[in-house]
Write a protein that binds this ligand. Structure first.
Ligand code: ATP
Ligand code: MG
Length: 285
């Protein structure tokens, strides 16, 4: 497979496949980011874990939705083995499509202020970590530089038109429900999740990585009032305990934090797949 690096994201490198312009190879690295900051310390195996979880999730969705996923090829350079996903190349829509099934994070902060979350009114009397009757759609912009901006339903319509806005909302909620059901079958809760969509030959397809602990909040059982996160929230919480909320000098990630992140991501993969991560391609023995 002849490859050419065409883009380098915060976590993934995107390669064009020379002999097939309709495909891309997305290579997940061990980098970790938070608050739009990429940390210098890698989380060993994270790239392979993200690839493994996302592949399992695309496989679990089967043919219920149109997606960009092709496979996790093994005929790749050795350093990419187990961390590279072959996908259909899409014209990406610059919206982060977030679905939330529970009231946590920035949704909880917004609800506490005025009872709404990005223009969606919620019943009164809800507490942190409560399950929402219906999942809500809370999209944000996907900015080239700087922080993503929350969008109300009206703003999304103004930016992308009523038809696409509606399709993004319906698809996001339906995919969230399908993945959340799959998680619950394995004793996990997909608390919230971010999706990205793009156009492939005139079709709107689910792209990017899905259901990973980088793109989602995940717990065993129900979140409740003090959730034990199995996702990147572990890093955000650790950073805020160390006085960092996105501005100024970031603390150096210590071994204990890195191990807990790695352990959580591994648990998610092994619980969802029923397999040992030791058997995933590209391991170092
Ligand atoms: P940014 O893209 O803003 O640098 P990021 O952190 O989201 O930030 P990564 O997730 O590391 O970037 O890189 C993956 C990139 O590939 C994203 O820009 C994503 O939108 C894009 N992408 C995902 N799936 C496809 C696809 N099928 N075709 C084209 N691009 C895709
Ligand atoms: Mg991304």
């Amino acid at each position: 497979m002849e490859l050419e690096l065409i883009a380098s994201g915060k976590v993934r490198e995107v390669y064009a496949v020379r002999d097939d312009p309709t495909k891309l190879l997305m290579v997940a690295t061990d980098r970790i980011s938070a608050y739009d900051r990429v940390f210098a310390e890698p989380v060993i195996d994270k790239g392979r874990l993200l690839s493994a979880i996302s592949a399992a999730a695309f496989t679990a969705l089967g043919d219920r939705f149109q997606t960009h996923f092709v496979d996790v090829p093994i005929d790749v350079p050795a350093q990419f083995l187990g961390r590279a996903t072959l996908v259909k190349r899409a014209a990406m829509i610059p919206v982060e499509c977030v679905a939330r099934g529970y009231l946590v994070g920035s949704a909880w902060d917004a609800y506490r202020t005025d009872g709404t979350v990005q223009g969606v009114a919620l019943p009164t009397g809800l507490g942190f970590g409560d399950r929402l009757k219906e999942p809500i759609f809370t999209p944000t912009t996907k900015e080239e530089t700087g922080h993503d901006r929350p969008l109300t339903p009206l703003e999304l319509r103004d930016l992308h038109g009523i038809e696409l806005a509606q399709r993004l909302e319906e698809l996001t909620k339906a995919i969230y429900v399908a993945l959340a059901t799959w998680f619950s079958e394995h004793g996990l809760t997909l608390v919230d999740s971010k999706f990205e969509f793009g156009w492939v030959d005139g079709d709107l397809v689910l792209a990017d990585e899905i259901a990973t602990p980088d793109s989602s909040r995940i717990v065993r059982g129900e979140p409740g009032a003090s959730p034990e996160w199995l996702d990147k929230q572990l890093l955000r919480d650790w950073l805020s305990e160390h006085g960092f909320r996105g501005d100024g000098q970031a603390p150096v990630l210590n071994g204990e934090l890195i191990e807990s992140v790695q352990g959580a991501y591994r648990q998610v993969y092994e619980t969802l797949s029923g397999r040992s991560f030791d058997d995933w391609p590209g391991g170092h023995d």
